[in-house]
Design a protein around this ligand. Sequence first.
Ligand code: AMP
Ligand code: GLY
Length: 422
Amino acid sequence: MKILVVGGGGREHATIKSLTGEGREIFCAPGNGGIGALATNVPIKATDIEGMVDFCKKENIDLCVVSPDDPLVLGMVDAMEEAGIRAFGPKKDAAIIEGSKAFAKDLMKKYGIPTAAYEIFTESAKAIEYVEKMNKFPVVIKASGLALGKGVIIAENLEEAKSAIHEMIDNGMFGASSSKIVVEEFLTGTEVSVLAFTDGKCIKPLTSAKDHKRALDGDKGLNTGGMGVIAPNPVYTKEVEERAVREIMIPTMEAMNKEGRTFKGVLYFGLIITEEGPKVIEYNCRFGDPEAQVCLSLLKTDLLSVMNAIIDEKLADVEIETKDGACVCVMMVSGGYPGSYEKNKLIEGLDENGQCEDFYVFHSGTTMKDGKYYTNGGRVLGLTYIGEDLQSAQDHVYKNIDKISFEKSFYRKDIGGKRDGI
Ligand code: AMP
Ligand code: GLY
C-alpha cells in the first residue's frame, strides 16, 4: 500500500512514524531530513494541489493524508476525491472551522458552545468604538484568517488595542487574513489542547496535551509555534473531560453536521479551563504541532486503521487505546527564533537515521546532506520521551538533551513545569 503524507514538519514526522508498518510504502511532500529515514521525500510544496494530485496519480497512491492547515483550507482533500484518490482530512467546507475565526465564533454562538464573548469587524473605527465601550483589559484582537499561528494580539490597554486594530485592518498586518478581525473578551484559566478523531458520527479524543507557546522560560517572551508539549495535561481531569465532551466536542460535531459541513478528520480543540468550566479558544482542522508528537507517541491503536475508519465513517467500530505513562517533547530551536535566525548548522549527536538512543527525535526543520543533518528552520528538533509519569519523562529528556546540539541551539528548560534548582 502506498501512502502520501502532505507536509514537512515534526507533526508529519510523528504521523509517518505512527503510519509505518509492513507492506506500507510512505512518501512525504515536501518532507524533511529526518522524515527521509522513514519515507521518501518528494519536492512538492504542501499547498501545490495540482502537483500533489498529479503525483498521486503517477505513483498510484492509495491514501493521501493532508496534514497542514493551509492545503486543507484550500481544498486539497476535495481535489483528491474529485480525482478519485482516497484522502484523509476535512474537506474545504469543514476546514473553514480553522480557516475563518469569524465562522468558528458565529458557529459557537449559534449552537451555544462556550467561548469568549466577541464581535466581528471589518472597519477599524467600529472595532475601536466597541473596545472603548467594553472598557475591559486585556482585550484579545484576532485576525480572522490563517496567520501562521501569529494572528492573535493581547492588548493590555486602549492604546495597544487601537494600534493592533489599525495594523490588522488598515495596514494589512496579516494581508487578507486580517481584513476581518475578531475582538474578544480575555479569558483567565489554564489552557489544554485536545485532539479528537471524528467521522461526523462519533468523536473520540486522544490524550490531552499542554503546549508551551511562549519562547522563554516562565512563559515569557514572544509567541511561537510551540516550544514543547506534554501529555496528558494535568488540569484535564476526568470531570473536566466529561464536561468538555458533553458541552463542546459533541455539540461542535453536531453543529458542523447541521450546517451541512460534516467534519471528518482530526478536530483540535484549544480549550481554556475557566472558573465557569471549559471554553473554546480556537479550533484547528488538523493535528497540532507539537501536540501530535506526544499524542501520537502515546497512541496504541494503529493510526492507519483509525484514518481508514474515519474516511469510511466507521469510527464507532474502532477503540482508541492509549499507552500508560506521560510523554514530554522539548523543542530545540535555532537561536533568535521566533525572530530571525540562521540555517544550515551541522547538528551534532544524531545517528545516520537522524535519531539518538536516549529519546525519539522528531525533525521539524532539518535537511540531510552526505549522511549528516543540518538545521533548516526555526523549530528544528522535538526530543520526545515516554516515562512512567510526567516527572520521570521530564527528568529523562533534560538529563540527555545536551547530547544533541548545533551552533546557537536553544531550548526551554521548563517544559512540563519548573524543575528543582533551575
Ligand atoms: P490562538 O492562535 O487563537 O490559539 O491564540 C493564541 C494564544 O492567545 C492562545 O493560546 C491563548 O494563550 C491566547 N488567547 C487567545 N484567545 C484568548 C482569550 N480569549 N483569552 C485569553 N487568551 C487568549
Ligand atoms: N500547537 C498549536 C497548533 O498546532 O496550532
